[in-house]
Design a protein around this ligand. Structure first.
Ligand code: APR
Ligand code: PHB
Length: 389
């Protein structure tokens, strides 16, 4: 097979890139290790920045998102029974959209299929070759049969556990990591959300988040131990613990019900540098991970896709390599700011096992300051709705 851009990974990064390239007349092939159903079975955060909305529009995939997504002009932050609001509209004039990542991915698949895009599922043993030369290609197996794609460029969109990052030689690659000593236990339930806006809750017993997918589908999380497994948590135990962590007036409104999904995710901050090696570019989770506090995962993937798509468009349009040369530095500059925000917001909202009395006082002071200071709220709002590309 021959293509201009071989894309490893059919998650949101790979599909969005493929569709945007298609809109500009650039051909790509997506190689995905799993099946489409498997990819669509993953449940992930659902807060989209304007930059991602604009990309979905440019990709011709925004219709259902605009019809079914919810515009949010602010978010709530609580500590104990105190609660304050960060007003995105007032501080930035920009809202966010609540629309599940799974739905974003579904819309992108639909668009690729409608356009006759080539997606190969169930690929095994993907090896990226020749990206440090003029002869880039990818070899892989499907149903035991060896195959090959020849290409100009390779986009590594294969997530944290993919092969793309590891293709960059160890003496070139630098990795930065922080692993948090807790996880998030998430529950999806067919109940109305407790509140119109998200509530990020700091409590003595640990963090909690009240989020949503639609008018009758809620998504809740509580900070949990990394030793816990979802089976340790009955629905009743989950709801009881959530109620202990959110303000009393919210507890009174909370509608509980059976969980339709329950899972635990560890929290990690991770960045790899550089994000380009020769003709290989890393995008999304392949290059960086953020803890979910602040919902920057998909949005940071989207800004990578934006820079890479423009770089390739420029290259095929007028032969300029400026975008390609500048990709890694540009993408990383924004990635590190999203890392900082996610790390800061996580550190303010969670209970840490080794937190001293002093640390707790600092956390409390930080929240009181944020709750009462316009400049701090403006900074939070700017970061939450997404820094400019
Ligand atoms: N070969 C082919 N495909 C692979 C390989 C491989 N060796 N390894 C992984 N993949 C596929 C995975 O099966 C997955 O479908 O790559 C895809 C990567 O998708 P994601 O992990 O969703 O990563 P990305 O597309 O960058 O999306 C970023 O996902 O994890 C969230 O918080 C993150 O919201 C962010 C978004
Ligand atoms: C979610 O709805 O799953 C969600 C929302 C906001 C976050 C993380 C997750 O910060």
């Amino acid at each position: 097979m021959q293509t201009q851009v071989a894309i490893i990974g059919g998650g949101p990064s790979g599909l969005l890139l493929s569709q945007l390239l298609h809109v500009r007349g650039i051909d790509s092939v997506v190689l995905e290790r799993k099946t489409k159903d498997y990819v669509l079975g993953r449940i992930r955060a659902g807060v989209l920045e304007q930059g991602l909305l604009a990309l979905m529009e440019e990709a011709g995939c925004a219709e259902r998102m605009h019809a079914e997504g919810f515009t949010h002009d602010g978010t709530l932050i609580s500590y104990g029974d105190e609660m304050f609001r960060i007003d995105f509209a007032r501080h930035t004039g920009t809202p966010v959209m609540v629309y599940g990542q799974t739905e974003v991915t579904r819309d992108l698949y639909a668009a690729r299929e409608a356009a006759g895009g080539r997606i190969v599922y169930n690929v095994e043993d993907v090896v990226i070759r020749g990206v440090d030369s003029e002869a880039a290609h990818v070899t892989y197996r499907v149903n035991g049969e060896a195959r090959r794609v020849d290409c100009d460029f390779v986009a590594g969109c294969d997530g944290f556990h993919g092969v793309s990052r590891k293709t960059i030689p160890e003496d070139v690659r630098r990795e930065y990591e922080k692993v948090y000593p807790f996880g998030w236990l998430g529950v999806l339930s067919e109940t109305p959300p407790v509140n119109d806006e998200l509530i990020y809750a700091n409590s003595e017993r640990g963090f909690a988040l009240c989020s949503m997918r639609n008018a009758n589908l809620s998504r809740y999380y509580i900070q949990c131990s990394l030793e816990d497994s979802p089976e340790d948590w009955s629905d009743d135990a989950f709801w009881a613990e959530l109620k202990r962590r959110i303000p009393k007036d919210q507890v009174e409104k909370l509608v509980t019900g059976p969980s339709i999904e329950k899972s635990i995710a560890p929290l990690r901050s991770f960045v790899t540098e550089p994000m380009r090696w020769g003709r290989l570019f890393l995008c999304g989770d392949a290059a960086h991970i953020v803890p979910p506090t602040g919902a920057k995962g998909l949005n940071t993937a989207a800004s990578d896709v934006h820079y890479l798509y423009h770089a390739l468009w420029e290259y095929y349009g007028n032969g300029s390599e400026a975008g390609i040369e500048g990709y890694s530095a540009k993408a990383l500059a924004r990635v590190w700011k999203a890392e900082r925000f996610s790390w800061w917001f996580s550190s303010v909202m969670h209970r840490y096992p080794d937190q001293s009395e002093f640390d707790l006082k600092m956390q409390r002071a930080e929240l009181e300051f944020l709750g009462s200071n316009e400049a701090a709220q403006a900074a939070m709002a700017e970061n939450y709705v997404g820094l400019p590309y």
